[in-house]
Design a protein around this ligand. Sequence first.
Ligand SMILES: *Cc1c(COP(=O)(O)O)cnc(C)c1O
Length: 840
Amino acid sequence: MSISPTKRDKVSKKASPNKARKVQQGDQIQQQDCPPCDSLSASLARYMNNGLGQQEHVKHDLFHGLASSVKHQMLSAWRETRNKDSQYQTKQVAYLSLEFLMGRALGNALLNLELTDESREALNQYAVDLEALEGLEHDAGLGNGGLGRLAACFLDSCASMDLAVTGYGIRYEYGMFAQKIVDGYQIERPDRWLKDGNPWEVRVPNHNVTVPFFGHTESYVDKAGRRHMTWLNTQDVKAVAYDMPVPGYRNGRINTLRLWKSEATDDFDLAEFNQGDYTEAVARKNLAEQITMVLYPNDASENGKELRLRQQYFLSSASLQDLLNNWVKQNGHDFSGFANANVMQLNDTHPSVAVPELMRLLVDHYAMEWEQAWEITTSTMAYTNHTLLPEALERWPVRMFEQMLPRVLEIIYEINARYLDDVAHHWPGDSDMLNKMSIIEEGHEPHVRMAYLAIVASFSVNGVAGLHTQLLTSGLFKSFYELWPEKFNNRTNGVTPRRWLAHCNPRLAALLNKRLGLEWIRDLQHLQALNAFTEDKEMIEEWQQVKLANKRELSLMIARECGVEFSPEMMFDVQVKRIHEYKRQLLNILHVIHLYQKTLTAVSENKTQDLQPRCVLIGGKAAPGYMMAKLLIKLANNLAHMINSDPDVVPYLRVAFLPNYNVSAMEKICPATDLSQQISTAGKEASGTGNMKFMMNGALTIGTLDGANVEMLEEVGEENFFQFGLNADEVSALKPNYQPAQLIKDSPALADVMTLMESGYFNLQEPGIFDPIIASIKSPNDPWMTAADFESYRLAQVRVADAYKDRKSWTQMSIRNTACSGRFSSDVTIAGYRDDIWRA
Ligand SMILES: *Cc1c(COP(=O)(O)O)cnc(C)c1O
């Protein structure tokens, strides 16, 4: 099943007893769980023998024992990586992100370290299989969706490409909420992913830093007569580093994901303590610890909560202090080489307060002149934009900065004043332009525009797919593009082929290994060689068997989680992603209602032979405050219930809503999918990465010309892709005279669907609940233009159904999709960042 070991792996060999003992004395990575040991098996045995041996916990103990042993095997290579990188021989990259959607670590670590077979052997004597143990690991769900998962894929690619990249993030106590479905409604449950301990992390208190909040600023003049600012009476919070290893694919490199936890400083409120308010003072600890308590569960929507800004500043300040401390340790206060040795990549605007924070640290703490600090800042900051939705662009009330981060606000003002001089120079006498481009949005409640702050300070601003970057430079950031065209560039997203093919689809991986060798795991362009096999009978046969086996496996999960039987003989039609109007789960739902009506008609007319049986899977979480998204979940569930309980219909159509979609679920879903739905309103999805995981695993895509779909279509050719719908220009052009009522009239299929919905057929128990959905479809102001694309979508689905009937030709298209997915490896994306942005 896994990639067969050819040679003993470098990393595990290095874990000799001597080295391990040295590690134990090391100051950075301390050995935690087991004494020096030479093999996974011995290390696991020691762990198990040292426990209390409670029978009911044996599997759980085995998981922790194995994970700890694997971590232990990484320690010496981890230290070596760090020692090497701390010499600054190559550029160091800090990837700053509020989200890292890592998922489980064990299977991926074993794959990359080439320890899978050794683990199986070690587990032999316990009569437990590796997959069962892998299933016990909690997902590290420190992200919402695509943006957080991208950060995780990037970490894998950077390590695998031997790049010195450190991920900086927050160690949320509660990750992405767990979704339950009760009576068709989403219920959120807290995700206490750390409750059984995290065997991968290492707490490194010697990297603690302190992050200031509140207080006020004062100016003073130093002995040399220079004026400085200080930030006084701050409420300080301690940032404690927790490191997670990021093993490269069989190359001996172990990079670091450093996650910060907030704690009270040791001398918290001593004054209060002395006044006898001891318990009060201790209770205050909570306030500090709140900062990293919970991940905000909003995907693609701005959220002006004060605690969120605190998180952003906490991450930015702690990470920059850490970088500067490392620099000073090696180079003293000579910062002349700093910009050549460091780069900070901002994953969206979430960590963009790092811009004024770096200025503050250089100017206030290291007494640097503004100009030199600005030179350093603007040659080390790079910003990735992730969205075209205006409602997702972060703006923070100036008032909030004033209270919480007064010194930072002063610096933002200074940056803005100097930058607006440039704007005035470029557009002489144009005061409108000054207002439009100012970092401060004036008005009743002035705001800081975080994207503008990031653009002004960054030497690179990139979009995440060709179309997205084009729309950024011609729309949202047009004036900035005019001012600084050289800053803007595109880096189309990608996904790591280690997790998203080699690990999650062992059957297909084995087939690829047999036919192509192992090289594709390092260089996914090798999959192109598959194009030579599309007429190979044996290949087609084996490809189909792999898909069938994967579908059987997914069916088990769907039966368990949803109580719905998916038949592997039927087409698996899947849409899993965050629930959002722009992603148009509604379009999918309307089509399912149409299929339901079509099936009922065919049954009553005895014409079922034309129907292509299909199983439709929908899954995803809605932001807890996003009412329309939650209503869509309810509609999907009610619809599923109606359809699945009609015995006339189930031979041809089944629908399931999978609760709690996450990384581990996707690892089972994408290998088993026939048809991948990527149907966002054109111009709204920046890139999409789910689309790439499906393509890699041989699914065909039904999709709009949006995000990276455009590039996928380009790679695979239109005969292997079901394209439909308005393009981005047509969407914009239609907007002023969009008339959904007319479109509904003109489409008998859509008219029938609307009539059934409006009859209350799907909500007999709860009259009127779906009215907001019905109204949104019929609204001339519907920004997502669902009705506009319905007919085109329906016709594309007819083409899909016809194509699926010819199983051989479908399989050939499937092979071509995998063959052409090489460009969507995150290794390709990272090579672009490395060469054109980081120059690492
Ligand atoms: C890949 C992935 C996403 C992103 O999916 P899109 O379809 O690109 O929105 C979101 N969540 C999880 C768990 C993923 O694995």
